[in-house]
Design a protein around this ligand. Sequence first.
Ligand code: CMP
Length: 148
Amino acid sequence: TLQLTLAVIKPDAVAHPIMSEAVHEKILSNNFLIIRSKELEWKATDSQRFYCEHKGRFFYQRLVEFMSSGPMRAYILAHENAIQLWRDLMGPTKVFRARITASETIRGSLGLTDTRNTTHGSDSVESACREMAFFFPEFSTSQWYQDL
Ligand code: CMP
């Protein structure tokens, strides 16, 4: 059965069309259904709200600044086991680990630093729900699952 997840191409990759196109290709070649997609740009306050769970971590300030530094592309994707599949395709958060142990993943091949790491993906059903509502407030996930 299909599951929804939120995927985001971050500002570092959107700034370089060759990178964002490579990520888009990954989405298509892994047979995700693109349910919604849009380009958007955050203000610092959006970034702070989205990453409030990381407030106080040493990387919080640079993360907030980076995520409001330019346009992003957000997707609602559907696939069997979509949350885990997208996370596997992204690879580890830390670019050093991604490069060494998962060089064929998105972050392993395109990630620049632990902050500028190309993509985001929800890590659980609960965060997917929250994050889809954050990026696509007009989209009803419960309605979508009902209509399946
Ligand atoms: P993301 O999957 O969007 O979730 C939280 C983000 O915080 C993460 O990707 C990185 O961009 C950033 N992040 C996580 N850990 C670190 C770290 N150790 N150093 C810098 N940035 C980090």
